[in-house]
Write a protein that binds this ligand. Structure first.
Ligand code: TXA
Ligand code: MG
Length: 348
């Protein structure tokens, strides 16, 4: 891999033009979207796409999402999308929704990791749109973290992971949503949810029936073939050992009292922090999943910086964007869940 002196620059017009020129030359750059920061490369140039995989250390069998900035870009990238795809685009694009559709011959195999489909997304972030328009390219972009680390929701987080690996990161401020896009497979009359995100199940159900792939909430056993390769990786793993804790706050407090010790942290809801004998970070009010989505990845990074060894997280509600929060937490926790009874004792 080339060694770069990575520039972290404001996402103004001049720097967007420079980033677009780099993309046209087959280089890769960091850029903001409304979900998380992405690592961009020309989706149609296999060498550029290989640079993305190398910079992230990403497994070759995990396909990339291709980003567009107008509906006119779509026909070139996909083959005979079902009518439903246009209905969904009308409802939710630009925005945090990725549709998995049959790919056209223009999409190189490295981009789609050898699948016959490709994930397409039309982001709403103005910098992302300007970069796509200015480069004139469909842009392949995974989240801009090193593979296995929490996704970056600020340019500085991406710098921590990518410094020296890429030429430039455009700083467009913190990401509005904070978790990655909703990924759906689109059929004739229904969709299948592969990854929950900012476009929620409830929103999709306004348009058509939604089937939730078992991989969203359950461990994918080793060797099983999955519809969306990202589901089988642990992901978002901070260095600490994360566990989700189910039960009331009283039970949580009693439980944490017995776990307390060096390197033990808690992630809890607003107002609960001060009642605990360990360092506790709040990820928002219990009934505010949008706030939790916005903060989750930041808090996982913060726990690492503060030397956390074990992190116990209050289990969030799974309605609306809460399902995305819970799905990311499950992966951060490698599916470890502690179930507490009312006295705070863990069920065996
Ligand atoms: O919000 C987002 O989607 C961000 C920003 C940068 O746009 N991107 C992102 O990309 O999260 P990445 O590569 O970190 O996650 C893409 C997910 C993976 O779980 C991958 O397996 C799935 O989408 N995916 C991509 N193409 C697919 C396909 N053809 N079929 C099934 N799953 C696909
Ligand atoms: Mg990712």
């Amino acid at each position: 891999m080339e060694k770069w002196k990575t520039e972290l620059v404001p996402a103004d017009e001049a720097n967007i033009a420079r980033a677009a020129a780099l993309l046209r030359q087959g280089e890769v750059v960091g850029f903001p979207t409304e979900t998380v920061y992405g690592l961009a490369g020309d989706a149609l140039n296999p060498e550029a796409v290989e640079k993305i995989f190398r910079a992230k250390g990403r497994p070759q069998d995990n396909p990339l999402i291709v980003h567009i900035a107008s509906m006119e870009m779509l026909p070139d990238l996909v083959n005979n999308p079902p009518e439903l795809a246009f209905k969904l685009a009308e409802a939710f694009w630009p925005g945090p929704m990725t549709m998995v559709l049959p790919k056209s011959a223009r999409i190189p195999d490295v981009t789609s990791a050898g699948l016959s489909t490709v994930g397409i997304r039309f982001p709403s972030n103005p910098v992302a749109q300007a970069l796509i328009r200015e480069s004139g390219l469909p842009i392949a972009a995974p989240s801009g973290n090193l593979s296995g680390r929490p996704s970056p929701t600020a340019a500085q987080h991406m710098m921590e992971d990518m410094d020296g690996r890429i030429p430039m990161i455009l700083d467009g401020g913190p990401c509005a949503v904070g978790v990655e896009s909703t990924v759906i497979g689109v059929g004739e009359d229904r969709v299948r949810l592969f990854r929950p995100g900012g476009i929620t199940v409830e929103m999709l159900e306004e348009i058509c029936p939604v089937e939730i792939d078992p991989g969203v909430l359950h461990v994918v056993e080793a060797g099983r073939k999955v519809a969306s390769p990202g589901m089988k990786y642990r992901h978002y793993a901070p260095k600490a050992d994360v566990k989700i804790v189910e039960g009331s706050f009283d039970a949580f407090r009693a439980f944490i009292g017995r776990q307390a010790g060096e390197g033990v942290f808690a992630i809890v809801f607003d107002g609960e922090e001060t009642a605990l004998p360990v360092p506790a970070l709040s990820f928002g009010a219990e009934d505010d999943p949008a706030a939790q989505a916005h903060l989750l990845f930041d808090l996982l990074r913060e726990c690492d910086e503060r030397g956390a060894k074990e992190v116990y997280v209050r289990s969030p509600r799974t309605t609306g964007i809460g399902l995305a929060v819970y799905n990311r937490l499950l992966r951060a926790a490698a599916f470890q869940i502690v179930h507490l009874d009312e006295s705070g004792v863990a069920a065996q």
